[in-house]
Ligand binder design. Structure first.
Ligand code: KG4
Ligand code: ZN
Length: 333
């Protein structure tokens, strides 16, 4: 018998629904929310209201695009956390109601686990592998032993890598989300133009909040001499901060692989859409003779296809969720 999953992702500012049949994605639709651009960051209350408007049409369109009927769905999956509580609530409530109405099982999914299993949509990394998950809310080095067996071996002590991109972009006068714009401007900038101090954090952990502060002080100092400093140096600033963030990430990733004797590495999360990170990640793999995995662009940022993948493997193990399940703003892997 085939397994057909309807999956919902609503942890932050994208409403996404996907349909997956026997681990193959039939539809993966995402409704973004432009409303946050004005505010320079995601406004939680606006995000949950937009999810409420988007969720029914997005699910409806995903089912139609997949060419299935509601009756063919074996289970409904949702992101339980981590994320914004008001946003998560919309997805959780919708999934519960859908499961009740169709009398099918519910499956809760950890968003960070889903970023990792996005790799299995189009490829098949061998276990064990190490995954560097870099998103707007999280930065983790994860030892992946099996589909549902993971161990976080390093993580950020403060800001996430995506947050560092977005906060620096704001200091460079770029709108939210700034990560993709830093990527774009960096292409025509000199990555060695400016040097910022790298944090000295023990073991496999990261810290990005000091970097943002040192950029702020550096800009204040330069702007006192030349008020046009940012505008005149934007591309070089973008290239230099991008190089610094990537240096920090890849040094720890290399240390983790060498310590654990792992030769397969994967990159996941929204920041893995960064073109220079993708290039240098592959270069690192080549230098060490490691096999590298990066998901397709549309599976790097938040999407419900990755939620469906986790749900598929949970379905196989009979790991279902009760109607009492609550969303979790903090949900550790
Ligand atoms: O995984 P994601 O879509 O959402 C979270 O779970 O946080 O990641 C969003 C983050 C944002 O910080 C965004 O600026 C960053 O990913 N991002 C990028 C790029 N595309 C998205 N950062 C750098 N370069 C990019 N091309
Ligand atoms: Zn994410």
């Amino acid at each position: 018998m085939s397994i057909t999953i309807l999956a919902i992702e609503s942890s932050c500012d994208d409403t996404s629904a996907a349909v997956c049949k026997d681990a193959k994605i039939l539809a993966n639709l995402i409704a973004g929310q432009k409303v946050h651009e004005l505010w320079g960051g995601v406004v939680p209350e606006l995000a949950s209201r937009a999810h409420q408007l988007n969720i029914v049409p997005v699910v409806d369109a995903a089912i139609k695009q997949a060419g299935i009927t509601k009756e063919e769905i074996s289970a409904v999956a949702f992101t339980r956390g981590p994320g914004l509580i008001g946003s998560l609530l919309v997805g959780v409530s919708f999934a519960k109601a859908f499961a009740l109405a169709l009398n099918i099982p519910l499956i809760e999914v950890n968003h960070m686990q889903a970023h990792i299993l996005a790799h299995f949509i189009d490829s098949q990394p061998e276990f064990p592998f190490i995954c560097l998950t870099v998103s707007g809310g999280h930065t983790q080095i994860v030892l992946v032993k099996d589909y549902l067996d993971t161990e976080v071996i390093g993580e950020t002590l403060d800001d996430a890598a995506g947050e560092a991109f977005d906060k620096c972009a704001k200091l460079f006068g770029l709108p939210y989300p700034g990560g993709p714009l830093i990527d774009k401007h960096a292409k025509t900038g000199d990555a060695q133009a400016f040097h910022f101090p790298e944090p000295q954090i023990p073991e496999l952990n990261f810290s990005f909040s000091g970097l943002k502060t040192s950029v702020l002080y550096f800009l204040q100092k330069e702007q006192r001499k030349n008020p046009q400093f940012v505008a005149e140096n934007r591309d070089n600033l973008c290239a230099s901060i991008q190089r610094t963030i990537i240096d920090i990430l890849l040094k720890k990733l290399e240390k983790a692989c060498k310590e654990r004797g792992i030769t397969q590495i994967a990159l996941a999360g929204g920041v893995s859409a960064n073109s220079e990170l993708r290039r240098r990640f592959n270069e690192l793999g080549e230098k060490n003779g490691w096999k590298t995995y990066i998901p397709k662009f549309e599976y790097c940022t938040d999407n419900a296809a990755m939620i469906a993948m986790v749900a598929h493997y949970k379905y196989l193990k009979g790991e279902f969720t009760s109607q009492d399940c609550e969303p979790l703003a903090r949900y550790h892997l």
